[in-house]
Design a protein around this ligand. Structure first.
Ligand code: AHG
Ligand code: MN
Ligand code: MN
Length: 364
């Protein structure tokens, strides 16, 4: 299809905005600022060593460590700076929060403040940067609380503690063989490919839908000894393939860039699991709720897939801290629902057994 026949991201957003006649255009302008940050990161990723962006922040002396306790890559810091600098001045945001910043980011006094909150993982899959494997950025847009917008006060962590259902937009950029932006504004999922000469995101994947079934699963199998029983059962059944309960063979993938896994799953189906495990009792999972699980979860649900903790739909979880971690399962609806059933069964067994009732011998 010739370029002239394709919509740009700007055109797409303007057409979407027609659904809200009284919209002033703030929302679209914010999303275009986010898209610009992703384009700038795509350029830095593409130049790699030529741009001096590989390796750890502060050299190889262990590098700097972020609030997550993880070594920061130069590109983590650069990507975070690009997100804050390209989004702080537009007047659409009341504040921001990032994987790379311990506290919420206050919009500098010289800039007007707006009615949205932007939450982001500026570079997802950082461990892959130095080995030239696809990485991405993840973003989520929330409405700022009424009193924040009215008073113009600084934001607090609690202003961000909104369940994933409150997101008004979410998406990711994937810096792979092509740079893509995948976005939902609550009306399905659409994919845009960056035309590098124009510097425009062109609509190439309209109305993306995830196949409900799959034969491909993604999990970091080196953690298997830390998994809970329902995950062990599910993965064992996939590994047993035709010879086991599933009666079909499965394939396994693990890229260690969640954005890349999410995109593969969006395109051809699959299930991704980074479940709650016992590896580190202080961390009920590896991935972060506000800027990884919720935005990707909304994309999945909007594309007809499902996102879950295993015990409840991801988007219903009430956040309690800015960088809280959570077990995350997402992808083809029928597979995620099967995993949720496996998580429910032990409770079901207990429910059927008088020993575990309120008046039974054991308090559950
Ligand atoms: P980030 O680079 O933002 O810290 O995220 C990396 C995440 C996610 O993208 C990926 O699925 C997971 O970490 C990989 O974890 P392991 O290295 O434990 O496999
Ligand atoms: Mn990440
Ligand atoms: Mn990150």
């Amino acid at each position: 299809m010739p370029l002239s026949k394709r919509s740009t991201l700007t055109q797409f957003l303007i057409e979407e905005r027609r659904r809200f006649p009284d919209a002033r255009g703030d929302f679209n302008a914010l999303l275009l600022d986010v898209a610009l940050a992703c384009k700038a990161i795509a350029r830095a990723v593409a130049f790699g060593e030529l741009g001096g962006v590989l390796g750890n922040q502060n050299g190889d002396s262990g590098g700097s460590v972020n609030v997550q306790g993880e070594t920061q890559k130069k590109l983590d810091v650069l990507s975070n700076d690009l997100f804050t600098r390209l989004n702080e001045w537009g007047g659409h945001l009341a504040g921001m929060a990032s994987e790379e910043m311990d506290l919420p980011y206050q919009i500098p006094g010289k800039h007007p403040r707006g009615k949205y909150l932007l939450v982001f993982d500026p570079l997802d899959g950082s461990s892959n940067i130095d080995v030239n494997v696809s990485v991405g950025s993840i973003f989520s847009v929330l409405r700022a609380p009424e009193d924040v917008v009215k008073s113009g006060r600084d934001v607090t962590e609690a202003d961000f503690f909104q369940p994933g259902t409150e997101q008004v937009a979410a998406g990711y950029a994937l810096y792979g063989p092509t740079t893509m932006l995948v976005l939902t504004v609550g009306n399905g999922v659409n994919g845009f490919t960056l035309e590098p000469n124009l510097g425009e995101f062109m609509l190439t994947h309209p109305k993306m839908q995830i196949p409900a079934d799959t034969q491909e699963f993604a999990i970091n199998a080196s953690n298997s000894r830390f998994w809970e029983a329902p995950i062990k059962r599910y993965v064992d059944e996939c590994m047993a393939g035709k010879t086991g309960a599933r009666g079909k063979d499965f394939n396994m993938r693990w890229i260690a860039s969640m954005v890349a896994e999410a995109h593969r799953i969006l395109m051809r189906g699959g299930v991704f699991m980074y479940p709650k495990d016992t590896k580190d009792p202080t961390k009920p999972g590896r991935l972060r709720l506000l800027y990884e699980a919720n935005p990707v979860g909304l994309i999945m649900e909007q594309a007809g897939g499902r996102a879950s903790t295993g015990r409840q739909p991801m988007l219903t979880v009430q956040p309690t801290s800015l960088h809280q971690r959570i077990g995350l399962i997402f992808g083809s609806k029928n597979e995620v629902e099967r995993i949720e059933r496996y998580h429910a069964e032990p409770a079901k067994v207990q429910d059927d057994n008088p020993l575990f009732h309120e008046r039974g011998l054991f308090r559950v």
